[in-house]
Design a binder for this molecule. Sequence first.
Ligand SMILES: [Zn+2]
Length: 234
Amino acid sequence: MMDKVYTRDSAEARSGLLLYLFRRWLNTGLDLLYPPRCAGCGRVDTLWCIRCQQEIDAVAFPEQLMTLPPLRGSAATGVHEGKLQQAVHALKYDNARVLATPLGDRLSRCLEEKQWIVDTIVPVPLHLHRQRIRGYNQALLLGAYVAAKHNLPLEVTAITRQRDTTPQVGLNREQRQANVTGAFAADPSVVTLRSLLLIDDVYTTGATLQACAQAALDAGAAAVYSLTVTAARI
Ligand SMILES: [Zn+2]
């Protein structure tokens, strides 16, 4: 009996090892054919290099962002330009999830400088069809990092999309606001009396963040703040 169990386990272990070696061989082959490149400067063999990281480390946090009602406070870690823009773009479009760590770290340090009383982290939900295509929500990756750093709960279901909106790119402020009005709903069992921090990658006109904040307040949230990696204007 014992022998049988032992034999089966070792056979499983062997096939697991073979699979692991095959995957490693395949990845090494792919890396040789298509070596990873830094999203900031194109340097080979890394998705984000130390020099590019040093450049974003040197970007000082701007003063308070203009806070649009019903948000209680809004901040961004920098203007949407240069290396920061490249890093956000890579996180969003080039599958460079590894960038959630340095960018999440900026968010985290920026939050430390604020006098905000926040008890819950909420990532801005992505369009459903876009999440299916991309496979991940960059706001969720960033939010998860901040939540872990600050030891706060991450509530992914606090705010959900009720409908897919047309992409905000190319729309003016009024069109953006009309596009997102009523697009979100908040779960009262999660948000009631909580002070939420919305996390997203970019603050363009703030229309999406405003719509999320309104949905949360309508559902009973006590206050809503927003923090993004970049802002189109400060
Ligand atoms: Zn680089």
